[in-house]
Design a protein. Structure first.
Length: 257
């Protein structure tokens, strides 16, 4: 059984205010793997943390089966978690070097998303825009307790406080969601710099209208994005058209044996 043909685009930008980009993106269409990492703001050395995640994923060897890829992904991110904890401990008590991560794996007819922190994965399917991930953040917990309205979360003074990260306390705990890929599916991975600059409804509208990742980031910058802005899109070809868009990073993936 042949998997869906996939086309992807990955971009990152420092934003309109910050002098350093602490985001990192990963595009491994040869493996069916993409990721966004956002160095934890205010913790220091966020760029070191996100780069460590990107380097670990970029170093994954080609030819892995789906099961091997998932196992290696967890193993390598756990190793980065321990490495960042060690670096932080060497700097003194209370220091943290951490990053969010959201990863998309696509193989054959199936996808899986794994994440820690508040970088997000979305799915646009048949015009319906759905958030696949749940933020590991203080404001998300407040929303779920009923202490804060959903629409107030992104503007809350503690909106940047995450409760889980690579490099955070203890053993790394990655949440996972999985499902089947349908023809025409469009996945979007992004750091909070995108969805804090553009409301979800606008992101959805722009994707429905055919905006590229580059155009999305341009819109976020025009809206005054104060944080680094990163996004990755992965599109499954329509059933009637398995031709990929020229110039994009793409690969036809087959299920593992």
């Amino acid at each position: 059984m042949t998997g869906h043909a996939l086309a992807s685009e990955a971009r990152t930008h420092v934003g309109t205010v910050r002098k350093r980009n602490e985001d990192a993106v990963v595009a491994r269409p040869d493996l069916g793997l993409w990721a966004v990492a956002d160095g934890a703001g205010g913790h220091g050395a966020g760029d070191v943390a996100s780069a460590a995640v990107a380097e670990a994923l970029d170093a994954l060897p080609p030819g892995l089966s789906a099961a091997e890829l998932l196992a290696q992904l967890r193993l390598r991110l756990s190793a980065v978690n321990a490495e960042l904890q060690g670096r932080a401990a060497a700097l003194g008590a209370g220091r943290v070097i951490a990053t969010t991560v959201v990863v998309l794996m696509a193989r054959g007819e199936h996808f899986a998303c794994l994440w820690a922190g508040d970088s997000r994965a979305y799915l646009l399917r048949a015009g319906q825009f759905t958030r696949l991930t749940r933020d590991h953040s203080l404001v998300q917990e407040m929303v779920e307790r009923g202490d804060l309205a959903e629409h107030e979360a992104d503007a809350h003074p503690h909106a940047n406080v995450i409760t889980r990260a690579v490099g955070g306390e203890g053993v790394l705990d990655l949440d996972k969601v999985s499902g089947r890929i349908a023809p025409g599916d469009l996945f979007l991975l992004c750091s909070d710099g995108l969805f804090k600059a553009l409301p979800e409804a606008e992101v959805a509208r722009r994707l429905r209208d055919g905006d590229t990742v580059e155009a999305l980031i341009g819109a976020a910058l025009a809206a005054g994005a104060r944080d680094n802005v990163s996004a990755v899109s992965v599109r499954a070809a329509d059933a009637a058209d398995q031709t990929l868009v020229p110039g994009t990073a793409a690969a036809a993936l087959r299920p593992s044996a």
